[in-house]
Design a protein around this ligand. Structure first.
Ligand code: GLC
Ligand code: CA
Length: 558
């Protein structure tokens, strides 16, 4: 594999609305991020991706952009951005922005012009199509519920396409003029000094232009809009063009958010000539899903979790580096999802951290993960702000669940679990803001917060710090970053054991993923215990290691 500057880094995602409020209005902002750069540096972070802070009506929290060249006043000013870039540079932290170009906001000037003149030049920036006698052109369902087609105001039979909310009209990538506008905008930001982009929902930019019906999967007569992705050909041409025109001249770091990609095309995404540097590994996050909706989800077992991670490594190892996450702003908190209730404690949270950071790939933390933040207990649907959770709630009610059951069903998956304010301290509002935050904080901030954990050697935070430091530790960096990953010959249930074999050193990673002790036998001679989430002495008798519940070990072996 060709070596890249970002391979030995650890990245961190900031959701700006909820990270740190710098001006006391209850909403996180760029000044808040600047305040916390030293915190990130101390943790060992080398790349920071910030979710969108462009000008936006915030219908989907900034993923609906009304001006790509402006910063929303809620988040600050362009001066703040310049200062952020300069301060990050001083600390050797690369700033990665979110690139949301599958769609824009319905408030964007382009769309406003298209509305006035659907057959004019700006109409061509979107997908505007005739309906079937006042009904949508086809039966695709949007990711946030309802048809992907919305009637153009004042028109009887003209519709525009939106894969997400109706306030997020899809941009027509078939139009070379639109593509040029996008590339120009990307270069403008790179020129400013951002290191690269995370590419939002990027696989959707190529449509199946036949806009035909597919078999319905629910009573609403619709099919998931994503079905069209398996018929849409040619996304790579767009992506390669974007790379050539916008990213390559700046050697930008790019990381794609793609679900539903074709596995056999992985090489074309992150291989040597691939259109991105990396993509997120969402395999564990797809587990337990149901076509019916969130209300029908299943719990994820440790073995499923392990197999999903192994599968991704298996397909990517010889091609390129995917990014490992345990959560992000669209997912519930990983420790709440992948650890059974009752077993969530600092020991088990450290085990989850260890698995994520020792697996081949670029580790990507999401704010609050480093202190083991958990899901929130939503007491009523009024406490939920997220557009997609509200849609799933409606769906659950429609399927006969009571209000209480529906709330319970969606609470576990709600995107707002990850969007509650970052828990900095025991002060009011978790030290996030002096004012009441836009989304209420998780009550557990008195027990889980940065201030407490920074000062505690045995905290989740301190464990993350050690794991992160290990990645650049001269002795182990090569094995951790590039070492081949392969499992122990036999893994019992609720257990993960894998090697990271570098050219000099071999590490063995063991995770006892259950609330029970067990003995594990290994053939290799142990040279050193590199990391242990228990501070008790390890019991080794011959080839047998006695492991405590949720124990996590990194061993250097022969
Ligand atoms: C991505 C984002 C998500 C957003 C959607 C539409 O999946 O991560 O937050 O709602 O795209 O832009
Ligand atoms: Ca603010």
């Amino acid at each position: 594999m060709q070596k890249k500057w970002w391979h030995d880094k650890v990245a961190y995602q900031i959701y700006p609305k909820s990270f740190k409020d710098g001006n006391g209005d209850g909403i996180g902002d760029l000044r808040g991020i600047i305040e916390k750069l030293d915190y990130l540096k101390e943790l060992g972070i080398g790349i920071v991706w910030i979710s969108p802070f462009y000008q936006s009506p915030l219908v989907d929290q900034g993923y609906d952009i009304s001006d790509y060249y402006a910063i929303d006043p809620v988040f600050g000013t362009m001066d703040d951005m310049d200062k952020l870039l300069a301060e990050a540079k001083k600390r050797d932290i690369a700033i990665v922005m979110d690139l949301v170009v599958n769609h824009c906001s319905d408030q964007h000037e382009w769309f406003q012009k298209a509305l006035k003149e659907p057959f004019g030049p700006y109409g061509e920036y979107f997908y505007i199509r005739e309906g079937k006698n006042g009904k949508p052109p086809c039966n695709w369902r949007s990711y946030f519920g309802g048809s992907v087609w919305e009637k153009l105001p004042g028109q009887d039979n003209l519709f525009y396409l939106h894969m997400f909310a109706k306030e997020q009209p899809d941009l027509n990538w078939e139009n070379p003029k639109l593509r040029r506008e996008i590339y120009k905008m990307i270069r403008w930001w790179l020129e400013k000094g951002v290191a690269g982009f995370r590419l939002d929902a990027i696989i959707n930019i190529k449509k199946d232009l036949r806009f035909q019906d597919f078999p319905a999967d629910r009573e609403d007569g619709m099919c998931p809009g994503s079905v069209m992705l398996s018929y849409a050909e040619g996304v790579h041409e767009f992506l390669q063009e974007m790379k050539r025109e916008a990213f390559a001249p700046y050697q930008a770091f790019t990381i794609g958010e793609l679900f539903d990609f074709r596995q056999e095309e992985l090489e074309r995404y992150i291989g040597k000539e691939g259109c991105f540097e990396s993509i997120f590994d969402f395999a564990p996050h797809m587990l337990g899903g149901s076509e019916k909706g969130w209300y029908d989800r299943k719990e994820v077992t440790p073995d499923e979790y392990r197999d999903a991670i192994y599968h991704s490594k298996h397909i990517s190892q010889d091609i390129g580096m995917m990014a490992n996450i345990i959560e992000n702003h669209d997912e519930p908190r990983g420790v709440s999802r992948y650890l059974p209730e009752g077993d969530r404690n600092e020991i088990s949270k450290k085990m989850i951290a260890g698995i994520s950071l020792m697996t081949f790939g670029l580790p990507f933390l999401y704010q609050g993960q480093e202190i083991g933040m958990t899901n929130k207990r939503f007491k009523s649907v009024e406490e939920i702000d997220d557009i997609s959770t509200l849609d799933e709630y409606r769906l659950a009610l429609e399927h006969g669940l009571s209000e209480k059951e529906a709330l319970e069903a969606v609470a576990g998956m709600s995107r707002d679990n990850a969007r509650t304010p970052m828990q900095w301290s025991r002060e009011a509002h978790a030290g996030f803001s002096e004012a009441r935050p836009w989304l209420a904080e998780n009550e557990n901030y008195l027990e889980i917060n940065v201030e407490d954990q920074e000062n505690r050697e045995d905290s989740v935070y301190s464990f993350y710090k050690k794991l992160i430091a290990l990645r650049t530790e001269p002795e182990y960096t090569e094995a951790i970053v590039y070492g081949k990953q392969y499992p122990l010959p036999e893994e019992p249930v609720n257990f993960m054991g894998f090697f990271r074999k570098g050219s000099q050193k071999t590490l063995l990673v063991l995770a006892n993923y259950q609330n029970e002790k067990r003995t594990i036998s290994i053939q290799q001679k142990i040279k050193k215990i590199v990391l242990n989430n228990y501070n008790t002495e390890l019991e080794i008798k011959g080839a047998a290691i006695q492991m405590e519940s949720y124990q996590f070990l990194i061993l250097e072996v022969e």
